[in-house]
Design a protein. Structure first.
Length: 103
């Protein structure tokens, strides 16, 4: 999957596993789901050092898009104004409501 940017406008979605409210868009033909919680610089650093991915939200004429952020992007902007940053959605075990089979 290309991690440079999500090339379609983000749309509201729900996670089928944990019912979290998300933004979804396509990157290189793959569906990418992003959490809707804005991150601080510290939050973004924790996620990136833990191996997660973060994205910068940008408004364009076709809607809101997201560009992948590297650790270098975070380091170069550490003393600048914090942009709108969200993380790649990862379902947490505690967020999954009922993992039992319905039969």
């Amino acid at each position: 999957m290309s991690q440079t940017f999500i090339d379609t406008a983000l749309e509201e979605a729900m996670c089928a596993k944990c019912d979290a409210s998300l933004w979804a868009g396509h990157s290189g033909g793959f569906l990418v789901k992003l959490d809707r919680i804005l991150l601080s610089k510290f939050d973004e650093l924790q996620i990136q050092l833990g191996g997660g991915s973060t994205y910068r939200l940008e408004t364009t004429s076709k809607g809101t898009i997201a560009k992948h952020r590297s650790l270098l992007d975070l380091r170069s902007g550490i003393n600048k104004t914090q942009p709108l940053i969200v993380s790649l959605h990862v379902c947490k075990e505690s967020d999954i409501k009922d993992a039992t089979l319905p039969f």
